[in-house]
Design a binder for this molecule. Sequence first.
Ligand SMILES: Cc1cc2nc3c(=O)[nH]c(=O)nc-3n(C[C@H](O)[C@H](O)[C@H](O)COP(=O)(O)OP(=O)(O)OC[C@H]3O[C@@H](n4cnc5c(N)ncnc54)[C@H](O)[C@@H]3O)c2cc1C
Length: 310
Amino acid sequence: MSVMRSVLLAISENRWMRERGPRLWFVKRAARKFMPGEAFDDMLRAADELRPLGIEAVFTRLGENVSDAAEASAVTRHYLEVLGAIASKGIRCEPSIKLTQLGLDLGKAEAYANLRALAERSHETGNYLWVDMEQTSYVDVTLELTRRLKAEFPGVGVCLQAYLYRTHDDLKALIDQGIGVRLVKGAYKEPPELAYPKKSDVDENFFKLAVAMLDGLGRKNGFRPVFGTHDANLIARIRAHAERAGLAARDVEVHMLYGIQRAEQGRLVKEGAVVRVLIAYGAYWFAWYMRRLAERPANVWFVVRSMFAG
Ligand SMILES: Cc1cc2nc3c(=O)[nH]c(=O)nc-3n(C[C@H](O)[C@H](O)[C@H](O)COP(=O)(O)OP(=O)(O)OC[C@H]3O[C@@H](n4cnc5c(N)ncnc54)[C@H](O)[C@@H]3O)c2cc1C
């Protein structure tokens, strides 16, 4: 892991910086590259702009490690309202949520009650619900709560991280249970005992897991494979494998983050793949934005440049 990446990830987890960083106007300005704005309407506007391009949206209200029950309830109420609002407008837009934003640090029961309420509303409105994956200490509980949810609601998926050694086994179990999987490389700082330290190993593991996911497509249990990556080479390898396996172009579903690899998104749609873009909004964007910088430390120059931009 590069020194710059480690520093940026350490900043993302630092409480003092999480509180003060968002007040820095030039950081706020640079963050706009990855989020259209802080309000829900900013997200909807961006989703509207993507639709004519054949791209649907996934949305998330930023925030994590909520340590106050009232705040976790307020986040849940917000999602319940917006799920109702998008359904009444006929917009297809899937929520993606972090369990620590729903109160997981306060207790499993608290987080599950909030999660279940969101799954119920998603189900009523014909929507799919994604659960994000956070640091390794949360993996077991995230999978446990997602499984409980799936026993009641069909349209549920969870994120798995290709940098973790354990993901191969986790994936197998999720495919068997028909729980959707959004495979990503992994965005947190993890020790070498738990995660591949070398990027080339992570990329290779991603490909192997992707092959297993496409094999799982034949099941009739509702398993939905999604590849959450901006890595054009990896996507090309996965699509080539799908073609060799006799799958249709539409069977490969790629999710990317707003503002990253726009040309590649358009190209994939033209070639028949399903593309969704995850659009983030909300006031608590600092830790999330630091992880985006860590993924591509060259992005730090956007922050520097935004200090001098007119
Ligand atoms: C839809 C979606 C949901 C995600 N959800 C989670 C989650 O729940 N848990 C989790 O741990 N991680 C999540 N991530 C983040 C993920 O783990 C990676 O950190 C991130 O996607 C970067 O890896 P990559 O696959 O794009 O490949 P990389 O090899 O890092 O990047 C490939 C290429 O993409 C471009 N690129 C990648 N990142 C950036 C960036 N920040 N800025 C500009 N260009 C960039 C560059 O051109 C780069 O060469 C999510 C990612 C996506 C797309």
